[in-house]
Design a protein around this ligand. Sequence first.
Ligand SMILES: NC(=O)c1ccc[n+]([C@@H]2O[C@H](COP(=O)([O-])OP(=O)(O)OC[C@H]3O[C@@H](n4cnc5c(N)ncnc54)[C@H](O)[C@@H]3O)[C@@H](O)[C@H]2O)c1
Ligand SMILES: [Zn+2]
Length: 404
Amino acid sequence: MTNIDIEQIVKQVLEGMATESTGCKNGACKCNESANSIPKTSRVAMLTELEHYEIKEYPIPELGDDDILVKVEGCGICGTDAHEFKRDPFGLIPVVLGHEGTGEIVKMGKNVTKDSAGKPLNVGDKVVSCMIFKDNPEITMFDLNKQNVGGADVYGLLPDDDVHLNGWFADYIVIRGGSTIFNVSDLDLYSRILIEPCAVLIHAVERAKTTGILRFNSRVVVQGCGPIGLICIAVLRTMGIENIVAVDGEEKRLEFAKELGAGNVVNFKDYKGNEALSEGVKEAFGGYLSDFAFQCTGSPIAHANIYKFIRNGGGLCELGFFINGGDATINPHFDICSKEITVVGSWVYTLRDYATTFDFLKRAKGIGLPIEKLITHTYSLDKINEGHETNLAMKGLKIAIINQ
Ligand SMILES: NC(=O)c1ccc[n+]([C@@H]2O[C@H](COP(=O)([O-])OP(=O)(O)OC[C@H]3O[C@@H](n4cnc5c(N)ncnc54)[C@H](O)[C@@H]3O)[C@@H](O)[C@H]2O)c1
Ligand SMILES: [Zn+2]
């Protein structure tokens, strides 16, 4: 037998396998089917009243030509989910939540060929969705591979629809044509679940860079070591900033801050009053105040305190208040004016930041940052209420729902 014969045989076998697995004879969709392995119904975790999800089962609908059916592998619990679970501030109940989700495409309409960045999409690819804020011209796909996807849907944040498969706390989700979706098959499951919160920090660092103060050799203080502050440290470290001091009151979190790249840590509980604390921060930098600071707590007191950690002419990125956390008292003369501090705010992210985040996660792993350890607890879908309770009790960092 010649090499050519062998190649022919292998080709025939592979083609045979491909035809067998493309069991769906319906020309209107592409599926790997496995079509018979897609169930007729899907479970969703629906928030039906405050602090209570109910597992409900709904039919998986016929897909439109532009739609995608994704088998959910996992989804992180976000602060927004926690607010909704506890208070339903926007009156969304009943609602299927979960927007930090990821899964595998199991079926797609015949028109679907590419993701929102122009990357090919196929059955078997791992994907994430993304929220779009269409009213902000910066937040557009136009800069990303010169495409502009408007009219995108948002998943896991909006009131329930008649199909019900519109949130990632579920077994399956239907992604409608025109939605923002990215092929992230080259990332592992935990990295994919962490994309959304990490994008918040990619954006914050981009905002910080606009001040012109943040440099490779800057002394940077990160206040607050919840997931947001910890990811902030990892992003700074991954972009080459080495001189980072983390401030928090929880020793365990401070220890993790070191693993993620903080060179030194300060426990604010060890200091009486902000003067002493700022001395502690100065000491942690070897006798200098910071050039730049990131405020990553939702505490107005922390906001008021942070100015004292920054040198004259330094910068501050305030990103700790995703929602209104109340007023903070500062002295504009001493804290901002006479020190000539440049302050920027940062809220959510742009689509461009989202794409940058995929590479950040690869680079973070590449330099050995244990980013996946941010996911401290996992629960199956039917234990989602417990997952939320663990989250509210602040027992872990990132809690995720993982489907078997
Ligand atoms: N800008 C955005 O788009 C955006 C997005 C998501 C979250 N957030 C905000 O970021 C904040 C942090 O999120 P998280 O998930 O990390 O929350 P978290 O509650 O898990 O973490 C906050 C951390 O701050 C610490 N802390 C509290 N007071 C402090 C003080 N005075 N000094 C130093 N540390 C202090 C706490 O011990 C805790 O570890 C939240 O308030 C959230 O609203 C903003
Ligand atoms: Zn989120």
